[in-house]
Design a protein around this ligand. Sequence first.
Ligand code: GLU
Length: 293
Amino acid sequence: MEASRYVGRFAPSPSGPLHIGSLLTALTSYLDAKAHDGVWLVRIEDIDPPRQVLHANKAILDSLYAHGLYHDQDVLFQSSRIAYYQDIIGSLLNSHHAYRCECTRAQIKQHGGIYPGTCKHKQITTLPSAIRFINPGHITSFTDRFQGEIALNKHSIDKEDMIIQRKDGLVAYNLAVVLDDIEQGVSDIVRGCDLLPTTIAQLNIWSHFSATPPRYGHTPLLVTAPGHKLSKQNHAPAINDTTAKDNLLFCFSLLGISLSDAIQKSTINHILEAATMVWRKGIHFPKHEIIVP
Ligand code: GLU
């Protein structure tokens, strides 16, 4: 890999402060970028106001800094790019790469939860209605750096014509994430396994824009018991920034990164540098889930 071309990022949604699971995601994307002598960006994905929590932006950034995780460029806030996303959505509609859809969740559920393209040829103009991108479906598999070969199967949500603008007018995550990764020249996406099911759909958006797709590495999720993801939704506690060093050491222990006693007693910067060296040599963490003791 050409080291100078590595651009990685951490892209949290401000739906709450960081918890230990999201800190682990931030940390893995940071270590991977640093291990490749790359650039590490932070992007706040704040385009879903109903799910946002007041002051979460600041809390997330403060936590990153407390843990020594400094981004290499200014933070990009997706809320500053809404006009751009809407322009793109307008062009996709005009060029017939997208269409309006009036289907309800209940109707889609009747089709096994995968949207079958019901409104594709209906030429709906009624407002409000959701807008769906016609999934070209050229990409049907990819090789994940940590998860191996990932391919579509008949239950894959990835085959859908995905929503790019919701009925309430909000721009949807799958489009915004790809447009920003393209704009920011992201070469490597290291993020949690919870986003694996939409990656092939996102790759199809990359291909529509003829952009060189990124490499993906999906890291294991922290769970309290098999299948029970630690998340904001199930009230994972916010990390305590005053114990940043211990939090980092805990994350490293979960990842199987062992550091000498001397390093553990040293500063956060030294600890991050030492962990980067270990990461560079290659680490082997569990594939899908790590149970938090
Ligand atoms: N904003 C997304 C989230 O917090 C992550 C986006 C991504 O890493 O692609 O779940």
